[in-house]
Design a protein around this ligand. Structure first.
Ligand code: UGA
Length: 461
């Protein structure tokens, strides 16, 4: 089947919005991205991305003829068959997501609807029930109320930062939640190239060998919203479970890598998202678990499993420091190198990164901190201005003269480091490998990993 090209407007050019816009343009649709931040619009028009995401900039350039960026709703909404709302929902101090931007976007969309069938899609992660609320905003603010035939669909996003493009082209499922069959049908058309994998994979992003076609999951509006939260909560839970077992492995002299491999072979459990380490971070897991617990409390319903997952994750961040103290005791005046600041590799995103809490704690304890990250350092200058640390131009430089190094983020560059060579310049060869990255122990070194006994590579030992 040949794909019919649809006219799409994407409100919000943050992570999800920009990825969605570029991906849909690459599939052959006509896309306009809207943002009130004029700087972002200027950048995107020049073909530059405001964030770092592998492969996306190339695809942006390759799809440029079907992509337009604007700050003006009136020039984008009236023509659109499908309107995505992809604005941010940053957490409020209470842990609830701030829905102000969603409300503002919905109002601006409403004022520009054309009276024909237009499908408004919620892609931002919003609490269960928000779809209905957006519907009401559209009704309240549409200029021609009687003519309005807009419908609302929830289409949650499951992509991961760092592999956003891959995840959006080769999803496991596409979830569409709505009470409107017309709305669902139009989005099915939009996603046809993905559902049948009829598009030509972009350069450097081939279809995985064992990839099976994604399932189209159609649900009610609120079920789709719940699927998003439940999926993230379950993934967070898996990680926290692995971390909890890892702690016990250290007590009983078992090895978490062997244990998770062993349990993951059971297909009911699976291998993925069982890596023990410094715990989860990023803009999603913390926010979404908090929001789900919060939704529960609105109804007087407690969520003990999720609360425990959050608690284990907090504890995990402190364990990094305990491991240092086990060897260095007082950290006052000690020099500690931190490799990796982003919450995971292949992104410059610093939100809720375990490295933040670790550096803050090291500062409190009087340690001198030197950091390195392949891409996130410029970002950190702005966002972590309240932290005091030195920047090193390379990982090797960070290690020079250090009493210990904490490997926080498993960038490939750190895996590939000549560790034997690099540790020679350290004052003490102590490595806290919070992601269990090191396969071979550097000479004359002591390595602490997660869920494993302390490893010493000291000749004669
Ligand atoms: C997560 C989900 O994986 C996506 O499916 C979802 O769409 C996204 O949130 C979202 O809601 O927008 P993301 O936050 O980009 O994606 O990052 P992940 O790759 O899931 O990693 C989250 C954190 O878990 C990272 O800090 C990572 O280091 C940690 N992690 C992951 C582990 O500690 N162990 C693992 O086994 C896997």
């Amino acid at each position: 089947t040949k794909t019919e090209s649809l006219k799409v407007a994407v409100v919000g050019t943050g992570y999800v919005g920009m990825g969605t816009a570029v991906m849909l343009a690459s599939l052959g649709h006509q896309v306009v991205g809207i943002d009130i931040d004029q700087n972002k619009i200027e950048m995107l028009r020049r073909g530059e991305l405001p964030i770092y995401e592998p492969g996306l900039e190339d695809l942006l350039r390759a799809s440029q003829e079907r992509l337009r960026w604007t700050g003006d709703y009136a020039s984008a909404i009236p023509d659109a068959d499908v309107i995505f709302i992809c604005v941010g929902t940053p957490p409020l101090p209470s842990g609830q997501p701030n829905l102000r931007y969603v409300a503002e976007a919905a109002q601006s969309v409403a004022r520009n609807l054309n009276g024909k069938l237009q499908v408004v899609v919620n892609k931002s992660t919003v609490p269960v029930g928000t779809g209905d609320w957006v519907s009401r905003i559209l009704e309240d603010h549409a200029l021609d109320y009687s003519a309005g035939r807009y419908v609302v669909v929830s289409n949650p996003e499951f992509l991961r930062e760092g592999t956003a493009l891959h995840d959006s082209l080769y999803p496991d499922r596409i979830v569409l939640g709505s009470s409107s069959p017309e709305g669902i049908e139009r989005l099915r058309q939009l996603y046809q190239p993905l559902l049948e994998q009829t598009f030509t994979p972009p350069e450097g992003m081939p279809r995985p060998a064992n990839y099976t076609l994604p399932e189209l999951v159609t649900t009610s509006l609120s079920s789709a919203e719940m699927i998003k939260y439940a999926a993230n909560a379950f993934l967070a839970l898996k990680i926290s479970f692995a971390n909890e077992i890892a702690g016990l492995c250290e007590c009983v002299d078992a090895d978490i890598e062997q244990v998770t491999h062993g349990i993951g072979c059971d297909q009911r459990i699976g291998h993925r998202f069982l890596s023990a380490g410094a715990g989860w971070g990023g803009s999603c897991f913390g926010k979404d678990t908090a929001a789900l617990i919060n939704t529960g409390s609105e109804y007087g319903y407690t969520m003990p499993i999720l609360r425990a997952a959050v608690e284990v994750n907090q504890r995990q961040r402190h364990l990094v420091i305990s491991k240092l103290q086990r060897h260095l005791h007082r950290l006052q005046g000690k020099r500690v190198a931190v490799l990796g600041m982003a919450f995971k590799p292949n992104t410059d995103d610093l939100r809720d990164a375990p490295a933040h809490d670790c550096i803050a704690r090291l500062m409190d304890l009087g340690a001198k901190v030197t950091v390195h990250d392949p891409v996130a350092m410029p970002h950190a200058r702005r966002e972590w201005a309240h932290l005091t640390y030195d920047e090193a131009p390379t990982a090797e430089a960070a290690l020079r003269g250090a009493d210990a190094v904490i490997l926080m983020t498993e960038w490939d560059e750190y895996r590939a480091l000549d560790w034997d060579q690099a540790v020679r310049t350290m004052r003490r060869r102590l490595i806290i490998d919070t992601r269990n990255v090191l396969q071979q122990l550097p000479q004359h070194s002591t390595v602490e990993q997660v869920g494993r006994t302390t490893l010493h590579n000291v000749p004669g030992n």
